[in-house]
Write a protein that binds this ligand. Structure first.
Ligand SMILES: [Zn+2]
Length: 157
């Protein structure tokens, strides 16, 4: 059994969509980034890659590469999962926390879990997503940004 950790953060700006775990969340601002800036998918991808000591998302899909402009991060997550499989691992479980003041995400979490479980080919009870505020403190509290943390456990097949 091996464990990996992932962290990601993006600025929130007007004129961008907010996509979390492949789910579009209606909001006045969205995450700014080279890809679709899906902070949840990015944190989980880094946790999976980290568990297998396979580097990080930025190393696999660099910002400097035009191929990944406006990329669907769920596709990138699927590619990371496939790489883990090739390396001989299977995912045991993923647990993630999104930190943002607004919007309130509770109503979207079931759809995020389903979307992630489908992409990773896992049963729903192996995927946990939680949402927290930072009680108004810092960049996740003042509306300027969104962050996500994830841990993943993997096992040799
Ligand atoms: Zn990111």
């Amino acid at each position: 059994m091996r464990v990996g950790h992932g962290f990601d953060a993006h600025r929130l700006v007007e004129g961008r969509e907010l996509v979390l775990g492949g789910v579009r969340v209606p909001h006045a601002t969205g995450a700014l980034g080279h890809s679709d800036a899906d902070v949840l998918a990015h944190a989980i991808a880094d946790a999976l890659l980290g568990a297998a000591a396979l580097g990080d998302l930025g190393g696999h899909f660099p910002d400097s590469d035009e191929r990944w402009r406006n990329a669907d991060s769920m596709e990138l997550l699927g590619l990371c999962a496939a790489e883990l499989q090739r390396a001989g691992y299977r995912v045991e479980n993923v647990d993630a926390t999104i930190v943002v003041q607004q919007p309130r995400l509770a109503g979207f979490i079931p759809a995020m879990r389903e979307s992630l479980a489908a992409r990773l080919g896992l049963a729903l009870d192996r995927i946990s997503v939680k949402a927290k505020t930072s009680e108004g403190m810092g960049y996740t509290g003042d509306g300027s940004g969104i962050a996500a943390y994830a841990v993943a456990a993997i096992e040799r097949r």
